[in-house]
Design a binder for this molecule. Structure first.
Ligand code: ARG
Length: 601
């Protein structure tokens, strides 16, 4: 094992200035420079830099082995991977960020970061703000298609998952300097509207004059109209006519349709408002005018075939075709999605189009993505842009391991669910004596932040592909990996700072962050890994990566706090700054997860 110390350069290299607060990227730049010197003929070798938790270092560069097998036939310059590792280490440009390097095993280059550099980076973030740590993705504009419930049908827990996951993805991308078009692709077009409109005419002859409340629960309305539809052939006939008249653009039918949509929209908005989620509705109906042109274009490319009266696209490797025009001449979910994709690519100029639905729809997305690739809308190489990605998620289960239902086995009303989370967290706060201590408003706001935060976090902390069990007791537990635990941890940090009586803004300018204690260094390094964590979560569209980071941050803080005295110690000012930096990063994590922080508990 050879160890060497890289001399600290006097001037800060431009690289250090360009990408602050992104350790992995900064190290990658340094190793890239080294690779260019070490193997000048292998220009396309990308540096492989990963964090590590061994005793040899903080990060590791893993290029030596694969590089050796690549060049061994061409040159005799290196006797084996370790020799390449040595050369890579030797050729690193001078930098302030590295304390020392060593080569281990088959050529791994281990890097120990400079503790001083870590401390300085944190101080810089405190002064200039955490926005300076934002990752920069290659994509400039993205569509996130999420939530997307269906008009007059149930907005179920699947839509809740889509809303929570989609909102977080949008927030993380926005933070990473991507312009995000948050799209609610509501199911507002389809044959069910014929029956709904006829039923509206029948039940409410003066429907134009009535308020939305008069109709009441739309789901019940849907059920009643379905019963009528199934029972009376004359009604059924009229309903089918109504679809034709609606799609033909007849004004009265269009107004009735708009009224029904409006009622649903109000119900959806209640959920969005509670969750603090912002979306822009562009429902299926919006894309309807674009469908004929899009299908004609695909037909001209020879992709559309006749099959059993329908018009379909055969997809390589799939045994059923994608139906784009039904045998009755109508369009469907797939035709709408093709038109929407066309619109997003050509009119909205989005480079990354992300769809958040349950995994049950995977086949649908695979098929129309394939069609789009075949048509040349998307590059067939999955890595190039523009790109379309389906973000699938698993089921929400009840304690019985079956699909989540309420006690009455009826469907779950999402607002009731959110109310219960809030009420339970309020009860817990009152039990802790906060009812007497706080104003009603404070109690209410904290109960909401904790209750809704708990529902969101319980969903987001799992890998989205797995099913997860919805359990109030678990998600509202103040111990373990829950939003409650994390929100309390944040509040506690705020209270440490408050109780110190020190002015943090002043300290940022006058005091210096020092990380002499090992637990301070661990916490400091973890803070500095925020940007690369967000970047990874964005690239893989996995919110649980950020949750895990946040939980570990809290654990690292706890360890620091139990081993390092803050208030009253000789290191007080530095340690208060470290507390503040932790609180700042925690709050950014909460924000990205759509959770409202609390400051006292
Ligand atoms: N409305 C659909 C559903 O409830 C989800 C729509 C997802 N988005 C899309 N572009 N297909 O299942």
């Amino acid at each position: 094992l050879v160890s060497t110390t890289i001399t600290a350069s006097v001037s800060v290299s431009t690289m250090d200035q360009e990408i602050v607060g992104h350790v992995k990227q900064q190290l990658s730049k340094l190793f890239e420079a080294s690779l260019r010197t070490t193997v000048p003929d292998e220009l396309d070798v990308e540096p492989l830099v990963v964090p590590c938790t061994g005793k040899f270092g903080d990060y590791q560069c893993n290029n030596a082995m694969s590089l050796y097998s690549r060049i061994k036939g061409k040159t005799t310059q290196f006797r084996g991977p370790p020799a390449i590792g040595q050369a890579i280490m030797k050729n690193l440009p001078p930098t302030k960020m590295i304390e020392s390097c060593s080569v281990a095993g088959p050529g791994f280059v281990n890097v120990v970061l400079s503790t001083k550099w870590i401390a300085k980076s944190i101080q810089k973030m405190l002064i200039e703000g955490i926005e300076t740590w934002a990752p920069r993705l290659r994509v400039k504009r993205a569509v996130v298609d999420f939530s997307s419930p269906n008009i007059a049908k149930e907005m179920h827990v699947g839509h809740l998952r889509s809303t929570i996951i989609g909102d977080t993805l949008a927030r993380m991308l926005e933070y990473s300097n991507v312009e995000v078009l948050r799209r609610n692709h509501v199911g507002d077009w389809g044959t069910q509207f014929g029956m709904l409109i006829e039923f509206l005419f029948e039940e409410f002859p003066n429907w134009e004059g009535i308020g939305e409340q008069a109709i009441g629960d739309l789901q019940a309305f849907y059920k009643a109209s379905k019963t009528r539809f199934d029972a009376d052939p004359a009604f059924k006939e009229r309903a089918q006519q109504a679809v034709v008249r609606l799609q033909g653009g007849e004004a009265k039918y269009h107004r009735a349709w708009a009224k029904i949509c409006e009622i649903s929209r109000r119900e959806f908005d209640q959920v969005y408002q509670r969750l603090g989620v912002h979306l822009e509705e562009k429902g299926e109906s919006f894309y309807n005018p674009y469908i004929p042109g899009v299908i004609e274009g695909l037909s001209k490319q020879g992709m559309v075939e006749e099959s059993e009266g329908a018009r379909v696209i055969f997809i390589e490797g799939k045994n059923i075709p994608l139906i784009v025009v039904k045998s009755d001449g109508g369009y469907n979910y797939a035709s709408t999605d093709l038109a929407a994709l066309w619109y997003r690519l050509n009119e909205e100029k989005a480079e990354w189009i992300i769809y958040v639905t349950d995994v049950g729809q995977q086949q649908h997305f695979e098929m129309f993505f394939s069609a789009a690739k075949h048509a040349g809308w998307l590059p067939s190489d999955g890595k190039a842009y523009p790109q379309a990605t389906h973000v699938g998620f698993g089921l929400v289960l009840g304690d019985d391991g079956k699909r989540f239902r309420t006690r009455s086995t009826e469907v779950v009303r999402l607002v009731d669910l959110l109310d219960e989370a809030k009420n339970r967290s309020k009860a817990a706060l009152i039990e802790r004596g906060k009812g007497a201590e706080w104003s009603d408003k404070e109690l209410e706001q904290t109960a909401e932040a904790v209750g809704y935060g708990a529902v969101k976090y319980a969903d987001l902390k799992n890998n989205r592909l797995t099913n997860y069990t919805f359990n109030f007791d678990q998600m509202l537990n103040d111990k373990g990996n829950t939003a409650v635990y994390l929100l309390y941890a944040h509040a506690r940090i705020c209270s440490i700072i408050r109780k110190s009586g020190k002015d943090i803004e002043e300290l940022k300018k006058t005091a210096t962050v020092v990380l002499d204690h090992p637990d301070e260094r661990v916490l400091g390094l973890h803070l500095l890994q925020f940007a690369e964590t967000v970047e990874e979560a964005c690239n893989n569209l996995l919110p649980n990566v950020l949750c895990e980071y946040l939980y570990n941050l809290s654990e690292n803080f706890t360890k620091f706090y139990s081993n390092c005295q803050v208030v009253g110690s000789a290191e007080e000012t530095s340690r208060l700054l470290l507390c503040e930096a932790t609180a700042v990063v925690m709050r950014k994590c909460f924000y990205l997860l759509g959770i409202v922080p609390v400051y006292k508990i």
